[in-house]
Write a protein that binds this ligand. Structure first.
Ligand SMILES: Cc1cc2nc3c(=O)[nH]c(=O)nc-3n(C[C@H](O)[C@H](O)[C@H](O)COP(=O)(O)OP(=O)(O)OC[C@H]3O[C@@H](n4cnc5c(N)ncnc54)[C@H](O)[C@@H]3O)c2cc1C
Length: 321
């Protein structure tokens, strides 16, 4: 089974997370580029989820008692046993932690938070990520050590739609016990509105909104449009919005059908998070704002005016049924 491409999947109660299905999608598209490559999923403990990962084979790793530190050790053991060529994981908290521990144990490299993947002439993985504040896009290779480990920024790949796939499950139990950090509780944040990763419409606010109360106003509009609410880093730093809403280089990447940017200037670090949006509508009072160079539709206006008109149109549409 050596030489495989592994997609490390997070799971909960028998279900693979949406961002892990993006990792599965990335692994399958890489396999299409790499001659003879086979893909498998890897999950921790959850046999039920292994059957729902959309892959022909899934490894279920048993024996990790805690979080990233013990899971990373177990993953390293499984890698030593099965020798995959490439290991992909989500660049969310679990993937980052588990892969960096495994990479350190195995003495191989890890490319973190990548937005694109390709295969080079010698069959090597080329992982692409923005660097130096997005001023350059770097292609990273791990030429000698194996496996090549890469974490993928959520929102960068299309998630696989899991249909009925017959999955061969290979169970693996670690032999080295290690009790690391344990989770003693979890608290969910951003329960308000749809998850940004899944939102077909996203309304995002920047410093032009000038207050947290203004974000409450765009939340009302978002509710009517079934949209997610996002923010620029400057708006998060100012305390108008929370970090889980931040889009961009140091926040989330999103791929909605429509991204409405209100009072956002369009810094490169913000744009990098909306590269996969199908249409961008920008509303800004400054006709020279850089966001207008990127947007599909640009409106020179105050955000209040624009959202007021949009709300009226939606309400009229709802009344007419
Ligand atoms: C390493 C690094 C990582 C970063 N990561 C991120 C990131 O993940 N995400 C991110 O967003 N940024 C990130 N940044 C910051 C980024 O460079 C910008 O500073 C930030 O995006 C600016 O946010 P903004 O557009 O809301 O604010 P500003 O640049 O201040 O723009 C505000 C805009 O609002 C307009 N405006 C004012 N009043 C109104 C009104 N009434 N109606 C409509 N428009 C109005 C103004 O004309 C202006 O264009 C990062 C920077 C660095 C160095």
């Amino acid at each position: 089974m050596g030489g495989e491409i592994w997609a490390l999947c997070e799971s909960k109660n028998g279900r693979v997370s949406e961002r892990s299905l993006e990792v599965v999608g990335a692994a399958l598209s890489l396999a299409g580029l790499k001659r003879g490559a086979k893909c498998s999923a890897v999950v921790f403990s959850d046999v039920e989820a292994a059957h729902r990962c959309g892959m022909g084979r899934a490894y279920v790793l048993h024996g990790a008692t805690g979080e990233a530190d013990s899971r990373g050790r177990l993953l390293a053991e499984a890698i030593e046993e099965y020798k995959p060529d490439i290991v992909l994981a989500s660049a969310a908290l679990e993937g980052r932690g588990v892969c960096s521990v495994a990479a350190a144990i195995l003495g191989t490299g890890m490319s973190a938070d990548c937005i694109d993947l390709a295969i080079g002439n010698a069959g090597e993985l080329i992982s692409t990520r923005p660097a130096l504040g997005s001023s350059v896009i770097a292609g990273i290779v791990c030429p000698v050590k194996r496996p090549q480990i890469t974490t993928i920024r959520p929102g960068s790949f299309e998630p696989v739609r899991v249909t009925e796939v017959e999955t061969e499950v290979v169970e693996f139990s670690g032999t080295r016990t290690f009790v690391g950090a344990e989770v003693i509780g979890r608290r969910e944040i951003n329960k308000d509105g749809p998850d940004l990763a899944r939102s077909r419409i996203i309304i995002a606010g920047g410093m032009g909104l000038a207050s947290a109360a203004a974000f409450d106003r765009i939340r009302e509009l978002a509710r009517v449009l079934h949209a997610g609410v996002a923010a620029s880093r400057a708006a998060v730093n100012a305390g108008y919005a929370t970090y889980d809403m931040q889009v961009g280089l140091s926040g989330k990447s999103v791929r909605p059908d429509v991204y409405i940017a209100l009072g956002i200037s369009g810094a490169a670090q913000h744009i990098v998070g909306i590269r996969q949006a199908k249409k961008v509508i920008a509303v800004n009072t400054d006709s020279k704002a850089p966001i207008f160079n990127y947007a599909d539709v640009g409106i020179v206006a105050g955000w209040q005016e624009y959202t007021g008109e949009l709300m009226k149109l939606v309400q009229e549409g709802t009344r007419k049924g």
